[in-house]
Design a protein around this ligand. Structure first.
Ligand code: ATP
Length: 292
């Protein structure tokens, strides 16, 4: 039996996101289309003799205590399975933090899924998703991976056929609090949106061009008002040759550009890398998690 496992925890983008209501418990009801991307963190899970959960991560913005979502995921697994006492987690962060790419959720999903494999627990995907939603609304999707329509708070998932396309991610270098964005979302100011069903059809038909034309995120409105630099970044990226569509992901501030090809993607990245804090060329992914 192995003593450790390295899991690739993939980031996500939202090809569509609309806030459709607020629940009495304060959570927002969403309609969203998630897609996994190749950009990933490495999450190493090691069995250990002690009765502690330890997290090592050298990213200055990522806590290593109980506030770390991966730590909380390990605690949930330990509470559920009496035989496991402690575990050591090493997180190599590549996904920008608080950037709308679901990095913390991906790490948490990697711990749930990876511990299930490493300790041969035989929990089903439904079991893992029930644990995952206790940690965050995006964790169930990170467990599922690929492409999916998300309803409820994002946890009621309908799998969709993933698409294959290169993309460029650009981040202006400041963090945006997801809670702040939802608090400042104004239903009255939001324009009537394209129906999510149109995008679902585009995915079902593998029609990337039409899909790229219909990208939508109603959270852009509060973010662009408070952070005009994100609006300016989106406008700039939309001018580059070879772009098929540009959108802010999740609650921002990362903006993604669906690209025609890899050559155009690298050309774009080269042209803007000196102007943004983070820029990378990646592609969509069919999976959210895999063993490294
Ligand atoms: P969401 O939209 O789900 O809030 P996000 O992609 O915008 O996610 P994350 O990268 O998950 O943002 O980070 C959100 C906050 O969570 C940060 O303030 C960070 O300190 C904290 N955090 C806790 N655990 C992690 C982790 N493993 N990786 C990254 N951030 C983490």
């Amino acid at each position: 039996m192995a003593n450790s496992l390295c899991v690739h925890a993939h980031a996500k983008i939202n090809l569509y996101l609309d806030v459709i209501g607020k629940r009495p418990d304060g959570y927002h009801e969403l309609e969203t289309i998630f897609h996994s991307i190749q950009l990933h963190d490495d999450v190493i899970i090691r069995k250990c003799r002690g009765e502690k959960i330890t997290v090592h991560c050298d990213h200055p913005k990522v806590p290593c205590d109980e506030q770390n979502l991966a730590h909380r995921a390990a605690k949930l697994m330990i509470e559920k399975v009496e035989d496991i006492r402690g575990v050591e987690l090493v997180i190599r962060k590549r996904i920008p933090v608080a950037a709308g790419l679901g990095g913390g959720s991906a790490d948490a999903a990697a711990v749930l899924w990876g511990m299930n494999q490493l300790f041969e627990l035989n929990l089903t995907q439904a079991d893992l998703m029930r644990l995952g939603v206790q940690l965050g609304a995006d964790v169930p999707f990170c467990l599922l991976g690929g492409a999916a329509l998300g309803r409820g708070i994002g946890e009621i998932l309908t799998p969709l056929p993933p698409i294959e396309t290169p993309l460029v991610l650009a981040n202006p270098g400041f963090e945006i609090s997801t809670a702040w964005v939802f608090q400042n979302h104004n239903f009255l100011l939001t324009m009537p949106t394209e129906n999510v069903r149109i995008l679902v059809c585009c995915l079902q038909n593998g029609d990337v061009l039409s899909l790229a034309d219909k990208l939508h995120n109603s959270l852009e409105e509060p973010v662009f008002l408070r952070y005009p630099a994100v609006a300016a970044l989106k406008a700039k990226l939309a001018q580059f040759d070879g772009n098929k569509g540009v959108l802010m992901s999740g609650s921002g501030a990362t903006v993604f550009v669906l690209m025609q090809g890899s050559t155009e993607s690298h050309r774009l990245a080269k042209q803007i890398e000196s102007e943004v804090a983070f820029c990378t060329v990646t592609t969509t992914s069919k999976v959210g998690l895999c063993i490294a």
